[in-house]
Design a protein around this ligand. Sequence first.
Ligand code: LCV
Length: 259
Amino acid sequence: MPLILTSVEENIGFITLNHDEKRNALSEPLVRDIIGALADFRRQQLRVVVLRARPGAKVWSAGHDVSELPESRRDPLGWDDPLRHLIREIETFPAPVIAMIEGTVWGGACETAFACDLIVATPKSTFAVTPAKIGVPYNVSGMVTFMNAAVLRIVKEMAFTAQPIAAERAERLGVINYLVPVAELEPFTLTLARQIAANSPLSISVMKEQLRILAGARPMSPQGFERVQGLRRIVYDSQDYREGIQAFKEKRKPVFKGS
Ligand code: LCV
């Protein structure tokens, strides 16, 4: 069974996450397939990409494949982590990527949806930022993705509670663009994609790249970055990090001791 399904309709590309057995966890093979599909869509000069799960999905994506996270002593979200590659590929794709959300969205998948240019979701969808639940020290560019998606107080709430927020609230907060009934999700998203595809692809592409550069332009001194990396290392070298990963694998609640 392929991990993703792809199709092209007019000049719109569709990528369907198709690994429900693992709740579309963003494993290295799944991410590699998504990136391959984006490269193919880039070659075809498609004007919009829609990233979705299968119709009726209860889980859009369960986020980073936890089984691929390093046990300890290695940055779990370093530059070459598959999730980091995926985020960068979405952000630099030369046309808008629409996240069409049906089902729940977790952790790195929440960042993936937020890295997309537009988000259309159904009322039963939820969005959860989960590093605190697992004990993961999220990375700097990931924090910027969240800060570009929601006001700081909401980012803190999502990050510190690790609790899902409902799509209805996400829409009210401006975190998603549209909230549509599940029966209308596909036609609504297709209409939106067609509206974009009818406009100038060159103008849109350059505005997307300008917005990426401007949104990512955050002041952080080299010392500030080194301090953050040192703090993150304390976390991923900690017993709590190991406990969080182990507890996930053993399907039990972690007991964090703060060390
Ligand atoms: C690997 C999985 C996963 C998974 N990885 O189905 O943002 S950070 O820092 O936290 C970052 C590191 C990150 O993204 O971490 C992952 C954050 N994700 C989550 O916390 C969500 C974890 N998953 C769940 O809570 C449940 O799976 C949901 C609620 C998504 C679905 O529950 P449901 O009862 O429908 P299962 O839990 O039974 O999962 C079905 C299979 O998918 C695997 C899970 O281990 C199980 O595999 P087995 O059948 O082999 O036991 N799976 C689910 N999520 N993130 N594998």
